[in-house]
Structure formats: structure tokens, C-alpha cells
Ligand binder design. Structure first.
Ligand code: CP
Length: 310
């Protein structure tokens, strides 16, 4: 497996399978009375989040702690960034304290890669702009494997704001690499111009996207990345692309519904669907801890093993 995790694009199928297999072992740790193993004792992990997060940041912190690593949560508002220190100088300063992995979220695409190019520690991308969110895609794959027993041969429909979503990009690469068929649907302003070049089918309607789908993934409208109105009104969006039980009847009878969160209730998903099966939203969150334990183990643990005296 490569050093660091910046994206799913270009990631080998064998590497994805290694992460998933490791994550299922880690999930077992989380089901014990004492949810802690000494695997990363004496190692340190810095969470460097420049953009708000609930799920990703908290689960990386819990994941590191379950592996007995020392986890440092960097607060950008309380740092010397407020004294005009640059992001790169900030990252190099933290790297000089010899962490074993640095987890980076930033609102601008490419920042984790720019930081990774300068740091000795492996960098894990926790979401950069509309580019990639690799650990989200991996935890989504884990959840599908748990639910369906496989990814190969499944039909996955991704609905909503594809153009501004890093989750969509990472999931498209992940599902295709693992052998699924991927369809996308959403308002025309939210579908990238050459999306089919990624290997997905651009459906002309929600119904066409859902037809026979095994997995239905609704995406959040990325208001923070929209410069103007991308559709006439929220009410129209909800009527056309919002998922509810009536629309879901076009998918397979045993289809599951996923959402990376946070959910705009009543917009992307009906309240009822957000809270109950076949939605697996909280299973995705649960698997996020195990998956991030696996990634930290494979990245910070690998660095640790490489540094051990022979
Ligand atoms: N899915 C996701 O990235 O959520 P957060 O922004 O809460 O981390």
C-alpha cells in the first residue's frame, strides 16, 4: 500500500481490499468491553482540520485513541494561522514534532497533497474541497460489503449534487474499481459536463437512475460551494430528486439507502427514510471509526514498523 492516502482515484483494488479487510478486524475491537488495543502506543497523530467536521474529525480521534495513539487535535482558530503563519509553515512546524501521521481537511482541493509533498509523516486526506474524501468512500464500501456481501456486480445510484461533491468523486472511483455499475442523477447544474468520462452513466431522470439499483446514495447539496442558485427552489429539488419511500420503489426491493451526512432532512431524504431502514446512515458512521482505525494502522503503524531497529 502506498504511503499516505490522498484519494481513491488510482488506488489499486488490492489496496482497497486490504483496507476493508483490516477495517472488519478493527470493527471487532470496537465491539469488545474494552475498546482499545496497544497497536499504536507511543505513536502520535495530528488532526489538522481547517474546515468544520463532526463525523470525520471525531471518528479519526476515536480511531487513534482505540489504537492507543496520542491524538492531537489542531485548532486553526487558536493557532498562529491567526498571526498570518502560512498553512505550509504550520504543517512543517507540526511535522518537526515528528508525528506518525497527519490527517488534513481543507476547503481547497489539493491542499493535503501540497502538504504531503513537504512532510515526512504520511498525510491522510480527510476531505479537500470538491476533490476527494477517500476515507468516506472506503467506509461506504465497507458498509456495502457488510450489507450485500460484495460490491462486484452491484448497481449504485448516486443522486444529487455530484458536481460539488468530493464524496461523489471518491465513491465513483471506489465503486468502479470494485466492479460496480455507477449511475448519477441530479439537477443539470449539479452534474459535471463530462461525467461519463469517469465511467458512470448520467441518467436522464431520478427514476432511470433508481431502476433496479441495489444501493442508492443521496448527497448533500453543497451550499458552501455554490456561487448562485443551482435549481429553482428547495421545494422543487425535494420533489424531483429528494428520496422517499414512494420513489424508492423503482430500486431493488432490498436496496439500501446511504448518505454521507450531514443530511438536509426533507430535502435529500424524507425524515422517515433518514431515520429508518433501508437507510444505513448510522451504520456508515459506525463503520467510519473502524475504517479510520484501519487507515491509521496501515499508515502510522507502517511508519512505526519502518523505524524499528533491525
Ligand atoms: N461525511 C462527512 O465528511 O461529515 P463531516 O463533515 O461531519 O465530517
Amino acid at each position: 500500500m502506498q504511503r499516505g492516502l490522498l484519494g481513491i482515484e488510482g488506488m489499486e483494488r488490492a489496496d482497497i481490499e486490504l483496507v476493508l479487510e483490516t477495517a472488519f478486524h478493527m470493527k471487532e475491537v470496537g465491539q469488545r468491553d474494552v475498546k482499545k488495543v496497544p497497536t499504536l502506543r507511543g505513536r502520535s497523530i495530528i488532526n489538522l482540520f481547517f474546515e468544520p467536521s463532526t463525523r470525520t474529525r471525531t471518528s479519526f480521534e476515536i480511531a487513534g485513541k482505540r489504537l492507543s495513539a496520542d491524538v492531537i487535535n489542531f485548532s486553526s482558530s487558536a493557532s498562529s494561522l491567526s498571526k498570518s503563519e502560512s498553512i505550509l509553515d504550520t504543517a512543517k512546524t507540526l511535522d518537526a514534532m515528528d508525528p506518525d501521521a497527519v490527517v488534513v481537511r481543507h476547503q481547497v482541493a489539493g491542499v493535503p497533497k501540497r502538504i504531503a509533498d513537504e512532510l515526512a509523516a504520511p498525510v491522510i486526506n480527510a476531505g479537500d474541497g470538491a476533490h476527494e474524501h477517500p476515507t468516506q468512500a472506503l467506509l461506504d464500501l465497507m458498509t456495502v460489503v457488510e450489507e450485500k456481501g460484495r460490491v462486484d456486480g452491484l448497481c449504485v445510484a448516486i443522486i444529487g449534487d455530484i458536481a460539488h461533491s468530493r464524496v461523489a468523486r471518491s465513491n465513483i472511483h471506489g465503486f468502479l474499481t470494485m466492479g460496480a455499475e455507477v449511475r448519477v442523477a441530479g439537477p443539470p447544474t449539479m452534474i459535471p459536463a463530462r461525467v461519463e468520462a469517469l465511467g458512470v452513466k448520467a441518467a436522464r431522470s431520478l427514476r432511470e437512475a433508481l431502476d433496479g439499483a441495489d444501493v442508492v446514495m443521496a448527497l448533500r447539496i453543497q451550499g458552501e460551494r455554490l456561487s448562485g442558485a443551482a435549481f429553482p427552489s428547495i421545494r422543487e429539488y425535494a420533489a424531483t430528486f429528494g428520496l422517499d419511500r414512494a420513489k424508492l420503489r423503482f430500486a431493488q426491493d432490498d436496496a439500501i439507502v446511504m448518505h454521507p451526512g450531514p443530511v438536509n432532512r426533507g430535502v435529500e431524504l424524507s425524515h422517515d427514510l433518514a431515520d429508518r431502514r433501508p437507510s444505513v446512515i448510522l451504520d456508515q458512521v459506525r463503520n467510519g471509526v473502524a475504517l479510520r482505525m484501519a487507515v491509521l494502522y496501515l499508515q502510522a503503524g507502517r511508519r512505526a514498523r519502518a523505524q524499528e531497529p533491525r
